[in-house]
Write a protein that binds this ligand. Structure first.
Ligand SMILES: NC(=O)c1ccc[n+]([C@@H]2O[C@H](COP(=O)([O-])OP(=O)(O)OC[C@H]3O[C@@H](n4cnc5c(N)ncnc54)[C@H](OP(=O)(O)O)[C@@H]3O)[C@@H](O)[C@H]2O)c1
Length: 338
């Protein structure tokens, strides 16, 4: 019997979040291969990068999961075992992500995954599967932010680029990426003890989140920043907008600190500040493939070894809990062989 058939007919280990008559539960389970959705690619998952969205998809109150029983994991890297798409023959190393992966369709937090080939890109030359998951959606998002800022005419010579939620996945990669490109980087964090670590990633200055109040006291503050990568939202985003210089560019990609933004129109109509929305889940396959090539090339954030923690499936629950509590520090990659 071919290996891939035996894999589909057998079982594999996965982290599962489920809602049923007895309430909500989550944990590591044996899952039958036949429980996976039918799709073009059957992938042996080697690594799965964890994201804040996975923590929401795995929590009772998260409102991200679109099905009652879900293997979370919006990012995966692995090897194609079975394929009905000639673009990805068996043996191809792929990165999976985007669209419904880990949201409405079982995701990467498992030893086996079945996914539409539209959600896969070939692992680009120059990076390993582990490095790809160290970047993951967080890296793609940071790259989208920096690229959106630079498409609007900002560069390292324009002034300081500020990153909020700087210790998190998107934030820490954005700090590395921007510093690697020559920006002076200001990092906003709620963790004063992480200052030295953020400086080691390339931040020139570390600012306490408490300086960015829930409601900015003034509609416009001193012009401090030329550009921003904001993952926190809420009052932090409003405060950044008020302190962005004329014709500066602020990218908004997250809401870890709140979805309501108490701002005014003044940054936009008196300083021409641009607020740019970032939606990595909406990238087409060709856009994702092109960004992955850039992450392996000109948008490489440098060495991510110092920001990545490797864990096994049994540690996933604790890490997701820590994420929701704002305790993230860098990236966490699940090694499915552990
Ligand atoms: N739009 C997109 O395409 C896209 C893609 C990826 C992620 N996101 C969003 O970006 C945000 C960050 O994602 P991530 O994967 O980087 O998450 P993460 O690794 O868990 O990092 C989140 C960081 O946000 C900061 N934070 C501030 N207030 C917080 C609060 N009340 N609760 C939790 N964290 C708080 C913390 O950094 P400090 O302690 O340093 O302040 C924390 O480390 C999330 O909202 C996520 O949904 C959006």
């Amino acid at each position: 019997m071919p290996e891939e058939l035996s894999r589909r007919e057998g079982s594999f280990r996965a982290f599962v979040a489920q809602r049923g008559p007895e309430g909500f539960s989550r944990g590591v389970q044996e899952v039958r291969g036949s429980d996976l959705e039918a799709a073009e690619l059957l992938v042996e998952v080697r690594y799965c990068g964890l994201n804040y969205k996975d923590a929401l998809a795995s929590s009772a109150a998260g409102k991200v999961a679109r099905v009652d029983r879900l293997i979370p994991g919006i990012d995966l890297a692995g090897t194609v075992l079975e394929s009905s798409d000639p673009a990805f023959p068996p043996g191809t190393e792929v990165i999976g992500g985007g669209a419904g992966l880990g949201v409405s369709h079982h995701g990467g937090c498992a030893q086996l995954a079945s996914l539409p080939s539209e959600w896969a890109v070939a692992l680009p030359a120059g990076i390993t599967a582990f490095e790809a998951m160290s970047l993951g959606t967080a890296g793609l998002t940071a790259a989208m932010c920096i690229s959106a800022i630079e498409e609007r005419g900002i560069g390292p010579e324009s002034g300081t680029l500020v990153v909020s939620g700087a210790t998190g996945g998107v934030g820490s990669i954005a700090v590395c990426l921007a510093a690697h490109r020559g920006y002076e980087v200001a990092a906003i964090t709620s963790k004063p003890k992480a200052s030295a670590w953020l400086e080691s990633l390339g931040a020139s200055v570390v600012l306490g989140k408490e300086q960015f109040s829930d409601i900015p006291p003034k509609a416009l503050e001193r012009e401090r920043f030329a550009a921003a990568v904001d993952v926190v939202g809420g009052g932090v985003l409003a405060s950044i907008l008020a302190a962005t210089r004329r014709r500066g560019v602020v990218t908004a990609c997250g809401m870890a600190g709140g979805a309501e933004v108490p701002t005014t129109v003044f940054p936009f109509i008196l300083r021409g500040v641009s607020l740019v929305g970032i939606d990595s889940a909406g990238l087409s396959r060709s856009e994702r493939a092109s960004l992955w090539s850039r992450l392996a090339g000109d948008l490489c954030p440098g060495n991510l070894a110092g920001i990545t923690e490797r864990i096994g499936l049994s540690q996933v629950e604790d890490v997701l809990e820590r994420m929701l509590a704002g305790g993230s520090r860098g990236r966490v990659v699940v090694d499915l062989s552990l």
